[in-house]
Ligand binder design. Structure first.
Ligand code: ZN
Length: 139
């Protein structure tokens, strides 16, 4: 995804995140589906291509009984070109679904920098995103 975000620079990259929930309450990212950023101002904002969203949900439904059983939509990622990997005021205004995981990747001068993860505001925590710790088993 880092390469895709660097390729999209200076526009914001966005994609849907697929994975599965773990028994300990965590989750594991297994795959992603890049989506065109269809926002009219793609350098400052993002809007996932709704056609990719629909196609991904359909794909997951069809997989339900197959070998990729259990794979679900975890959330999405977008990049922040030349800005911090922290949710913006616009992000806050867009965070309607408390179940969605938000990943934000900062890209400085075309190079992927920091990846952060967030949970949207919820009734216990209504006014801001809560940071989520990322673990990687690849490093
Ligand atoms: Zn943002």
């Amino acid at each position: 995804m880092e390469a895709a975000a660097e390729a999209a620079y200076p526009e914001e990259f966005c994609a849907l995140l697929l994975g599965r929930s773990l028994p300990d309450g965590g989750w594991r990212l297994e795959d992603y589906r890049p989506a065109a950023n269809v926002h009219p101002q793609p350098r400052r904002h993002f809007e996932l291509d709704p056609a990719v969203h629909i196609a991904t949900l359909r794909e997951l439904r069809q997989n339900r009984d197959g070998k990729e059983r259990g794979l679900c939509l975890l959330g999405h990622i977008h990049s922040h070109p030349d800005a911090k990997a922290e949710p913006s005021a616009t992000d806050l205004s867009m965070a309607h679904d408390p179940e969605m995981l938000w990943l934000i990747l900062s890209v400085r001068r075309g190079k992927a920098e920091h990846l952060t993860a967030w949970r949207p505001p919820n009734p216990q925590n209504p006014d801001r995103f809560a940071p989520v710790r990322l673990k990687s088993d690849k490093r």
